[in-house]
Design a protein around this ligand. Structure first.
Ligand SMILES: Cc1ncc(COP(=O)(O)O)c(C=O)c1O
Length: 393
C-alpha cells in the first residue's frame, strides 16, 4: 500500500504519453501498424497503464520482453496482438502460456523453431527475428530465407511476421543503416517470392524513425519515442514529442543539526558542528546512484548530496534551507518553485545513464503516479503493481 511505503514517487504524464502515441501514428500514417515496444515494464513506467494508454491513442499492438509480461497484459484485459520479443527460453510452459493467452512468440533460429514445434500442443503464431547488424539475437541474413522456409514447413507453427532491430549508433552513417535494412528487406522479399505470406514486416525502432522515413515497411516497433525520448536525427524534428517522466520526488524523513567535534576527520563526509542536514528515504535500492544530479530541491532551493548513497537513504546539506522541516517535499528531478532539475542535469552528473535508462534505473518500490490520464474508466488495478492513478480528468 503506497501510503505505508517510503514516500518515493515518479510522476508520469499520461497526456504526454497519449500525445506521443498519436504523433507516432501520424508520422507513419494509417497503413502502417504500430507495435509499441514495452520491454522492461514499459521502460520502468509501468506496463499495464502504459499499454492501455498507447493502445487508446494510436498504437495497434504491443511487444514485450517475456511471456510473463504478455500474460500480465492479458490478465489486465489487453486484447490487442502481443508479440513476445526474442530472448526468453522457449520452454514447454512458455509455449503453453503463449497458446493459452494468444501471445505471439519470436523464433530466433531454426533450432528454437524445432523445439517450439515439438512442444506446442496446438498451432502457434510466431514471428521470426533476423539479425541485420546488431550481432545479437536472430537469423543470419545470409541464409535466413532458407531457414524461414524450413521453419514454415514445421508442424504447428504459423509465421505471422518477420522483424529485425537495426544497429543505429549516434551519428550513424546513413549507408550503414541502409545496408542493414536492405539485408532484412531482401530476406522478406525472398520468402514472399517463394509464396510465403508474411503479414508483418518490421524494422523501425525509434532510432530508425529518427533518421529515415523509408524503412517503415508495413509495421514499426518504437519504444523510447513513446516516452518523449527522441534519438538524434533529422526525420522527426518537425514533430512534437513531450516528456512523459515529469518528476522524481521524495520527502524529508529527518532534519537535524550535527554536533560532532571529535573524530571529525573520520566522519562519512566533511562535517561541521552546527551543520543542518536532511535525511532522504531514497537510496541505492531505489536507483538513486544512477538518477541524481548531485543536488535536490527543497523549498525551492538547491541542496547538495552528502557522502555515499546508502541502500535506502541519502543525506543532503540543508545549510541554505534553514527553514526545511521533516516531510517537506524533495525534488530529485523536476520543478519546485522557480528552480528545476532536468534530465540533462542528471545525465551531466552520470557516466553511464542515457535518457532512456533513467526510468529503468528507478527501483520497483518507487511508486508510479499517473497524472492527467485521458480516462480512468475501465481501468483495472494493475496486476502485480501498486500503481496509483492521480488526477485523472
Ligand atoms: C527488437 C526491438 N525492437 C524495438 C525496440 C525499441 O527500441 P527503441 O526504444 O530504441 O525504440 C527494442 C528495444 O530494445 C527491441 O529490442
Amino acid at each position: 500500500m503506497a501510503v505505508l511505503q517510503r514516500p518515493n514517487r515518479i510522476e508520469i504524464d499520461l497526456s504526454a504519453l497519449a500525445n506521443n502515441a498519436a504523433t507516432i501514428r501520424n508520422i507513419v500514417g494509417p497503413q502502417v501498424k504500430v507495435w509499441a515496444a514495452l520491454k522492461a515494464n514499459a521502460y520502468g513506467f509501468g506496463l499495464e497503464v502504459v499499454a492501455k494508454t498507447v493502445l487508446d491513442s494510436g498504437a495497434d499492438a504491443i511487444a514485450v520482453g517475456d511471456v510473463a509480461a504478455g500474460v500480465r497484459l492479458r490478465q489486465y484485459g489487453v486484447a490487442s496482438p502481443i508479440l513476445v520479443y526474442a530472448g526468453g527460453l522457449l520452454t514447454r510452459p512458455a509455449a503453453d502460456a503463449a497458446e493459452a493467452h494468444g501471445l505471439t512468440l519470436t523464433l530466433p533460429d531454426l533450432a528454437a523453431a524445432r523445439r517450439v514445434s515439438a512442444r506446442a500442443a496446438r498451432t502457434l503464431k510466431v514471428f521470426v527475428k533476423v539479425d541485420s547488424g546488431l550481432e545479437r539475437l536472430g537469423l543470419d541474413p545470409a541464409d535466413a530465407g532458407e531457414q524461414i522456409m524450413t521453419i514454415a514447413r514445421l508442424p504447428r507453427l504459423v509465421i505471422e511476421g518477420l522483424y529485425t532491430h537495426l544497429h543505429v549508433p549516434p551519428g550513424c552513417p546513413p549507408p550503414y543503416a541502409q545496408w542493414q535494412f536492405e539485408r532484412f528487406d531482401r530476406v522478406v522479399t525472398q520468402v514472399r517470392r517463394q509464396g510465403l505470406e508474411i503479414p508483418v514486416a518490421m524494422a523501425a525502432s525509434s532510432a530508425v524513425l529518427s533518421i529515415s522515413r523509408t524503412m517503415n515497411l508495413n509495421a514499426v516497433d518504437p519504444g523510447r519515442l513513446f516516452y518523449g525520448l527522441v534519438p538524434p536525427g533529422e526525420a522527426l524534428t518537425a514533430f512534437e514529442f513531450r516528456p512523459v517522466l515529469t518528476a522524481i520526488k521524495t520527502q524529508l524523513a529527518q532534519v537535524k543539526t550535527l554536533t560532532r567535534t571529535e573524530f571529525v576527520e573520520l566522519a562519512p563526509y566533511p562535517v561541521r558542528s552546527g551543520m543542518r542536514i536532511g535525511i532522504l528515504p531514497f537510496g541505492r535500492a531505489d536507483g538513486f546512484n544512477q538518477i541524481n544530479s548531485g543536488e535536490v530541491l527543497v523549498r525551492g532551493r538547491r541542496s547538495r548530496l552528502l557522502g555515499d548513497v546508502a541502500i535506502e537513504h541519502a543525506r543532503i546539506d540543508l545549510t541554505d534551507v534553514p527553514d526545511a522541516q521533516p516531510e517537506d517535499e524533495v525534488v530529485i528531478l523536476g520543478c519546485q518553485g522557480t528552480e528545476a532539475i532536468t534530465v540533462e542535469d542528471v545525465a551531466a552528473n552520470q557516466r553511464y545513464v542515457g535518457q532512456a535508462d533513467l526510468t529503468l534505473a528507478i527501483g520497483s518500490d518507487v511508486e508510479r503516479v499517473y497524472l492527467r490520464g485521458p480516462t480512468a474508466e475501465g481501468l483495472p488495478t494493475a496486476a502485480g503493481a501498486d500503481a496509483r492513478v492521480d488526477a485523472w480528468s
